[in-house]
Design a protein around this ligand. Sequence first.
Ligand code: NAP
Length: 330
Amino acid sequence: MKKTVRVICHHEYGIPEEVASVETWDIPAIAPNQVLVEMKASPINPADINRLEGKYPIRSPLPAIAGNEGAGVIAQIGSAVSNLRVGQPVISLDRVGNWCEAYVTDAKNLIPLPDGTPLEQAAMLSVNPPTAWRMLEGFVDLKPGDWVIQNAANSGVGRAVIQIARLRGLKTVNIVRRKELIPELEAEGADIVVTDEMPLSKQIRDLTGNADAPLGLNAVGGESASEIAKSLSDHGTLVTYGAMGLQPLQMSNSLLIFKDLRFRGFWINAWYKRADTGEIQEMFDQLIPLVTSGKLEVPVEKTYPLTDAKEALVHACQNGRTGKILFVIN
Ligand SMILES: NC(=O)c1ccc[n+]([C@@H]2O[C@H](COP(=O)([O-])OP(=O)(O)OC[C@H]3O[C@@H](n4cnc5c(N)ncnc54)[C@H](OP(=O)(O)O)[C@@H]3O)[C@@H](O)[C@H]2O)c1
């Protein structure tokens, strides 16, 4: 058994590719309730970038191993662990420490996967699809045929929204920044895809035939969020979960007075904290078969080994990608 592993860690906060370094760390001994996971894949998410920058609401004690999700295989189990076996594929619910060759964690922080699960896709299963799932489940009682309007529709979350919504019989209006994304999102199940030329709300009203849209999902902010809000039906809900455009929300008074809209927020970390184990498992019981059957799939633009951390981070910060940037490990 290996005694040391390569990790991507940081000793300070700052520009991601400048503060991230590849180092060799000792593997701690495993306690009876713990396991050693050999990591196979882990994506670079916007939250990872924000964490390295020190702009995320959670700051780890430094030095810290980065990486807020990933998938791997159990390499060793503690004497008190009965629900996992060596060789078992798993995803990690640890929100840091995934960018490494192997790490030790409590068995309760892992979700077992069926043998043969595609681990690159599984590595992206614990943050974005649950965010999409919870936002479609947790705010509005959506019925088949209801419209959901979202921006950043080609993001990991956005694609999960499209794919899950289609399976639930919901219809989606999807806002993107680039015309070339339209055919591919339509192929994934998007009903309407529009580029973000203003005024968006008129385009959306015309394309949906002014249909009721009780839910909007906002990962951008600024004018894009206002236009989604204007397109919602009376008493509709706009859920903000990201701020990629770095612009504050600005809403006209009339949207509140005459439409009585609800403005809500969502953070998957807070949901995991308040959900019980049964609720989390129930969600994965629905999501895992979607990944194994290929019904939930996120494109990957490029994979990197851990040793190319800096290059991978520069790439992940670029706009206009065709998919996620992923570390493929071991
Ligand atoms: N609240 C939560 O619990 C939660 C959970 C997961 C993710 N998130 C957030 O959700 C967002 C998407 O995450 P992800 O992992 O799905 O992203 P991703 O796959 O890395 O994709 C990034 C997306 O952001 C778009 N984008 C980048 N800069 C933008 C700008 N200035 N204006 C408008 N759009 C811009 C990109 O569009 P182009 O392709 O055109 O560049 C792309 O659609 C992030 O803000 C992330 O932090 C939140």
